[in-house]
Design a protein around this ligand. Structure first.
Ligand code: KG4
Ligand code: ZN
Length: 339
């Protein structure tokens, strides 16, 4: 089989990323230029600043990805790019770049759904991993339980009705003074806290629902902090972090296990930035081991936003004969499974 090299670009939020991926699963380079330090000044991602920084960084990031992979544009067989969901101005930078490159080298353009990319990150390190499986997708903007019957096929079983998990982590972290991005900070602080210190609610919604709701939990944390402040009680941030995290993970683990049983597919995959959370990884491992299910989790660097996952997803689209025209537009609210 002729080898296929895909140059992939990701710019949907605050990471400018490019990667060269060979035959879908072999990552020759994976360059990520993070803007986190800049956005930290404002306590969250400022869309306008993100777009401008992508413009400044994208050429350099692509050059570095090609250089690190020891290839030139002439060796590339297709250009992959995230076209949604995400911040529209940020997406447009990557998309314009990808279209220009596709036109210049006369090679196909492949648009990728950002969440499909996160799910496909599972194929990169474990070469044997393949559908069918149940994916728990937990990121800054999304919380989904997805049944993946085959490459490129996605059945959403449930999703959040309000806040995404990562968003809840970031908001709670801000409330207890840990700053942005909150996920990794809560992860660290929770290791020193007591998860049973505060009984925060576990929201399961209707009995058989796979949907999530995290805004009530977030409000419960904020109320707890306000009540402590009013009563002059000392707040122990590590306990708040650990108790909040325990409430989140209880719900994520239970619903995922139920989806596995219902579908009768005993393979689980984690995806998205929050999948790098140490307590979630440990809990899912325990739950899967207990039941004899297999569990796949990408390394943390492939869980948070990167372009290698986009190159991997594009490869399987390309195998299915899917390419896009130069009229492809950014779609900030693109649904998983839509084209
Ligand atoms: O997938 P991602 O990089 O970007 C989106 O597509 O949203 O996810 C970013 C989210 C942020 O909310 C961040 O706080 C969270 O992932 N995150 C974590 C951890 N690392 C990143 N949340 C909990 N624990 C972590 N270790
Ligand atoms: Zn993401």
């Amino acid at each position: 089989m002729k080898q296929q090299l895909i140059l992939a670009i990701e710019s949907s939020c605050d990471e400018t990323a490019a990667a060269v991926v060979k035959n879908g699963r072999e990552v020759l380079s994976n360059i990520i230029s993070s803007q986190i330090a800049l956005h930290t000044l404002y306590g969250g991602v400022v869309p306008e600043i993100a777009s401008r920084k992508h413009i400044e960084n994208i050429d350099g990031v692509i050059m570095e990805a090609l250089h690190k992979a020891n290839v030139t544009l002439n060796d590339i067989d297709a250009i992959a790019v995230t076209y949604g969901p995400g911040l529209v101005g940020a997406l447009l930078v990557g998309l314009a770049e990808a279209k220009a490159l596709s036109f210049a080298i006369q090679k196909p353009l492949i648009g990728v759904h950002h969440i499909e990319g996160h799910i496909c990150a599972n194929y990169i390190e474990n070469k044997e991993f393949e559908p069918p499986f149940i994916a728990l997708v937990v990121s800054g903007g999304h919380t989904h339980i997805v049944f993946v019957p085959d490459y490129g096929k996605y059945e959403i079983l449930g999703k959040t009705r309000d806040d995404a998990v990562g968003e809840a982590y970031d908001k709670v972290a801000r409330a207890i003074g840990m700053g942005y991005p909150g996920g990794p900070k809560i992860d660290e602080a929770a290791k020193r806290g007591n998860p049973q210190a505060i009984a925060f609610p576990r929201v399961f919604l209707e009995g058989d629902s796979y949907d999530f709701s995290f805004s009530g939990l977030k409000s419960a944390v904020l109320n707890y902090i306000n009540q402590c402040n009013m009563a002059g009680k000392t707040i122990i941030p590590e306990d708040v972090a650990a108790s909040f995290q325990a409430a989140v993970i209880d719900v994520l683990a239970e619903k995922t296990m139920r989806a596995v049983e219902q579908k009768g597919v005993y393979h689980v995959a984690l995806a998205g930035g929050v999948a790098s959370n140490s307590a979630l990884r440990q809990r899912m491992k325990q739950e899967c081991e207990k039941r004899g299910y297999t569990l796949n989790i990408p390394s943390p660097i492939l869980c948070t936003d990167n372009a290698a996952m986009i190159g991997c997803a594009a490869y399987y689209e390309y195998q299915n004969g899917i390419t896009y025209g130069l009229d492809l537009n950014a779609n900030p609210s693109l649904k998983l499974g839509d084209r």
